[in-house]
Design a protein. Structure first.
Lengths: 83, 899
């Protein structure tokens, strides 16, 4: 299940909390997606990412990567097909 | 002092509330400071958000940096470094908070920082990791063990839920922990720390260095912990040329040097271009985010501000700023840009009010900006600087920095042609220092007799507000030091006037740069040297004396640190000689190992952002590590515990050698038995006045009494002041015998920052009567708490008993009750007090204007005092973010009830 840190409207304040860019309300990173949520590009949503073990994986089968890294500025990012 | 009975509190002259007073005791009611003004609603909102935010770290930048580094194996090192920095910058996720007028930060949290494993990777590994254990064994992490970190405010002191605490301060999301460890391991045997360590072991006597670190005679290695900082930024090139203009300068440089000898210039120019393209992307990513936020924003005013921000960022990503707001954003962007290339403390913005004055004045004249808008922007600047965190080990971030990063903004001083440089914008900077109290940037007035009274009184008003700034530093003393230190590199009087404070209190050279606005040249000051405080950091003077007394052995651990000195210590001269011998041994080996670490730094992790900014790197085609800067005599030797050392020497001289009251053996026994008291670690308090006696304390009553009664520095007493002068004259001179990596003589630096806490914690009782584990005297010419009993002018006479221009600095901290300086008359009296010290030749004085009882209340109930600021030693910090060692020491400082 996706949570607020997976959303492009999540504005992190610190490791404990953030705020919603739409509502300006305080939210927690692990709060579940609301109806307005939209996924932000992250390695775990990329077709070139392969999960290996908890919180670690590979990018293009070669390079160390981790699932929760924001990949919005990664030139190789490609949404996995079901997204 | 008088012995009043068996009660140890009485014995230590400890008043009921454990506070040292000079003059009459204050009225029963705890008094607040004179009420300052409130920040603008915008700044207040930002500050409230700051108060709610915890220090947070993330892996985005280090991940991309490391990934690119690995891809470029075999490339020219400086190009590899530039590509790695570029990858880091261009992948940082932008975060813009509602209401911000200035934006951009180190990473994607409000109080962001991140590990830089290319510098050092061991300290944030798990304690069971081999890397961590090796670091512990070599003494690199001993200071961490004896450091207390503030338990409140923004510190993440323990792991909670999905957040991991690192170094007792930084929070990391659990999902980023595995990648942090994996990335760190990639730097094993490749980081500056590891490479430096590999080669420093070749220095003859290296094992002695490790023993010195384990005993915490020295606090930390600067080469891989904080390789840059304690220097003044120079914003001239981006303000004058813009990023594209600098790229063009580099392209021209390439055309001139490609294929010719000294080929490193080619790579440097190319590296700067690569790095700048990363910074351009970083700025443009923020612009894109601002446009995105505008697209989803419903509130019209906020939407317009986002769009204005986007336009501003798009413009400065290529071109020079067009107005004050853009100039301020440009300044901030490059400030963060430098912070993101290294672990840095003390990156001072310098004389911002003079650098930006031409932009501001032009906008004011054209009606583009008014006073209210100026204040709002300057308050936003205060908030942004306060957000800066530095990711470092507990010993560094807690034991040295107290969570602060020492971004010092200087005001006043003289212009290039020698008249007062104070201006209207600086008046507003002082005003916003009052209205928007935050730790950063701290302020320093470069005091000169030519400064106008109105400006000085504004500075007094700000100091009285109680945030601990501005500090007051002597322009003339600093210029004399700089001319002595940099004269051989070509500095003359005119250029000496461009100086500012780097870090908390490091006199740093500057240069005048010709800013051309609309065809008119404005000479603006900016830093023109690399870090002016790298070198031997810090040496614990009382601990060195302790090893002299015990013939080279650290009696806390039983480890031999130095070989036997061979003296019987039958005369005071022998004791002093023993001290000089051991101190010199420590400096010798630490200088050599430190040079190797910094050499590793300049080869593996050369500065590019900062190098590009500093004159004359672009002109020479060399980075800072290749002496590209105009001035390069920048390595120093730092002391800690000056007054505790001198008081101890005075006590031994008086009680053993002059009056023959006791033998040295009596002192050895008393020190080992802590004068019959429990240690500070046992009592949980680090102030002398709060210590508790053990059952046999009366065995040591006489020797402790007479140690406490021995002459104490700070009372205009020639007996002890002569010892102080002897120490200073010798120390300042001996430093010149050691050569830096750049083959320049080193110099003395005398600030304690927070090191007097952990260094005191590992030091046994000292012959002045201080008890084991308690904090040393702060600063360098501050009296030991409670021992300055003859008023401020006697303290000044003692502090100025030597020539301060021999040293990069001296540091005097005082605490004054708010009632003493209340009102206009109080302001005048206060200014005269400062003036008198400056006229005596004092270099620096800073003040806590506070009722100590309020600090006691804040210690007991920190939640009620989240915003309380205090001055420590060269910096201001939130009370709740200070470790207990420093809190106890600040409470214990003598509180002046009359001047």
């Amino acid at each position: 299940m996706n949570n607020c840190t997976d959303c492009k409207f999540y504005l992190p304040v610190d490791v404990f909390k953030g705020m919603c860019k739409l509502s300006k309300q305080d939210i927690l990173p692990d709060d579940p997606f609301c109806g307005k949520a939209e996924k932000i590009a992250k390695c775990k949503f990329c077709s070139k990412y392969t999960a290996e073990k908890d919180f670690l994986g590979k990018c293009m089968s070669a390079t160390l990567a981790y699932p929760d890294m924001i990949a919005a500025k990664c030139v190789d990012f490609e949404w996995i097909s079901q997204n | 002092m008088s012995n009043t009975g068996e009660n140890p509190a009485d014995f230590l002259d400890c008043p009921a509330e454990s506070i040292n007073y000079y003059g009459n005791k204050p009225s029963p009611q705890v008094e607040d400071r004179e009420k300052g003004r409130k920040p603008t609603p915008r700044a207040n909102q930002a500050r409230e958000l700051y108060f709610s935010a915890k220090s947070s770290t993330s892996m985005e930048f280090p991940y991309w940096y490391t990934r690119r580094w690995e891809e470029l194996d075999g490339e020219i090192p400086v190009i590899r470094r530039a590509e790695s920095l570029k990858a880091g910058f261009e992948h940082l996720t932008p975060v813009i908070y509602p209401g911000e007028l200035l934006t951009m930060g180190k990473a994607s949290y409000l109080r962001s920082s991140y590990p830089m494993p290319w510098l050092s990777e061991a300290f944030f590994m798990a304690s069971e990791d081999k890397l961590y254990k090796e670091a512990l064994e070599s003494g690199k992490l001993t200071a961490d063990t004896f450091t207390t970190v503030g338990k409140g405010g923004g510190n993440v002191t323990k792991s909670v839920g999905k957040v991991i605490s690192i170094a007792g301060k930084f929070g990391l999301r659990l999902e980023e922990m595995p990648v942090m460890l994996e990335v760190a391991k990639k730097w094993k045997d490749r980081s500056v720390d590891d490479i430096g360590h590999k080669y420093e072991q070749m220095v003859p006597g290296y094992k002695e260095k490790e023993a010195i670190m384990r005993s915490v005679i020295c606090m930390f290695d600067s080469g891989y912990t904080l390789p840059q900082g304690r220097e003044v930024m120079n914003y001239y090139y981006p303000l004058q040329y813009g990023i594209d203009g600098i790229i063009r300068i580099c392209e021209e440089g390439i055309n001139e040097v490609a294929g010719y000898p000294e080929m490193d210039r080619l790579y440097f120019y190319k590296a700067v271009i690569i790095m700048l393209r990363g910074i351009k992307s970083w700025i443009r990513n923020y612009a894109e985010e601002a446009r995105f936020l505008a697209s989803v924003e419903k509130e019209e005013k906020q939407k317009a501000e986002y769009l204005e921000m986007a336009g501003m960022l798009e413009h400065i990503s290529s071109d020079p700023p067009r107005n004050f707001h853009e100039a301020l954003q440009m300044l901030w962007t490059f400030h963060v840009g430098v912070l993101n290339e290294d672990a840095i403390s003390g990156l001072s913005p310098g004389r911002v009010g003079q650098v930006l004055f031409p932009f501001w004045k032009r906008d004011m004249d054209r009606g583009i900006i008014d006073r209210a808008k100026s204040i709002e922007l300057l308050e936003c600047m205060r908030i942004k600087f306060t957000e800066i965190d530095c990711f470092a080990s507990m010993g560094v971030v807690g034991g040295v920095l107290s969570g602060n990063t020492f971004n010092n903004l200087a005001l006043g001083g003289l212009t290039k042609d020698g008249i007062s440089a104070a201006n209207e914008l600086e008046m507003l900077i002082l005003e916003t220092g009052i209205s928007c109290e935050t730790p950063q940037p701290t302020l320093s007035v470069l005091y000169d007799e030519k400064l106008p009274e109105e400006f000085l009184l504004k500075g007094i008003e700000c100091t009285k507000a109680g945030a601990g700034y501005p500090a007051w530093v002597s322009n003339q003393v600093a210029m004399e030091f700089l001319l002595n230190n940099y004269g051989h590199e070509g500095m003359q009087l005119e250029e000496a006037r461009a100086w500012a404070i780097g870090g908390c209190l490091e006199s740093s050279p500057g240069s005048w740069m010709p800013l051309n606005l609309d065809g008119e040249i404005h000479w603006i000051p900016g830093g023109s040297a690399p870090a002016t405080s790298v070198g031997v950091h810090f040496i614990s003077l009382p601990k060195v004396l302790e090893t002299v007394i015990f013939d080279g052995v650290d009696m806390r651990t039983g480890e031999r640190i130095f070989p036997s000195h061979g003296y019987k210590l039958e005369t005071y001269d022998e004791l002093w000689q023993g001290f000089m011998d051991y101190f010199s041994r420590a400096v010798h080996v630490l200088t050599l190992t430190n040079n190797i670490q910094h050499d590793a730094w300049r080869k593996i992790s050369p500065s590019l952002v900062n190098s590009m900014l500093k004159p004359d790197c672009l002109e020479k085609g060399r980075d800072l590590g290749q002496m590209g800067a105009r001035f390069n005599t920048t390595f120093n030797i730092e002391s800690c515990g000056n007054t505790t050392l001198v008081n101890s020497l005075a006590s031994l001289k008086k009680n053993i050698y002059d009056d023959k009251n006791f033998s040295l053996e009596d002192y050895r026994k008393a020190i080992l038995d802590n004068f019959g008291y429990h240690t500070a670690q046992e009592t949980g308090s680090y102030s002398l006045v709060d210590q508790k006696p053990a059952e046999h304390f009366s065995e040591y009553r006489k020797i402790h009494r007479q140690s406490l009664d021995a002459p104490k520095f700070g009372n205009d007493d020639p007996y002890v002041d002569a010892i102080f002068k002897q120490w200073e004259d010798w120390f300042c001179e001996m430093t010149h015998n050691y050569r830096s990596l750049y083959d320049q003589p080193m110099y003395a630096c005398q600030i304690s920052v927070s090191t007097h806490g952990p260094m005191g914690a590992v030091t046994l009782a000292s012959p002045d009567g201080r008890l084991s584990g308690t904090t040393f005297s702060d600063g360098s010419v501050s009296a030991y708490p409670g021992t300055d009993k003859h008023g401020p002018y006697a303290l000044f006479n003692s502090a100025a008993c030597w020539n301060h221009s021999q040293s990069q600095n001296s540091q005097l901290n005082m605490k004054i009750h708010p009632s003493v300086v209340r009102g206009r008359e109080g302001s005048r009296k206060f200014l005269e007090l400062i003036r008198s010290y400056m006229r005596k030749g004092g270099f620096h004085v800073q003040f806590n204007i506070v009722d100590s009882r309020m600090l006691k209340q804040a210690q007991a109930d920190p939640d009620k005092f989240r915003s309380l600021l205090v001055r420590v030693a060269g910096f201001t910090q939130y009370w709740v973010e200070l470790g207990k060692q420093i809190q106890d020491e600040v409470i214990a400082r003598t509180e002046y009830e009359e001047l």
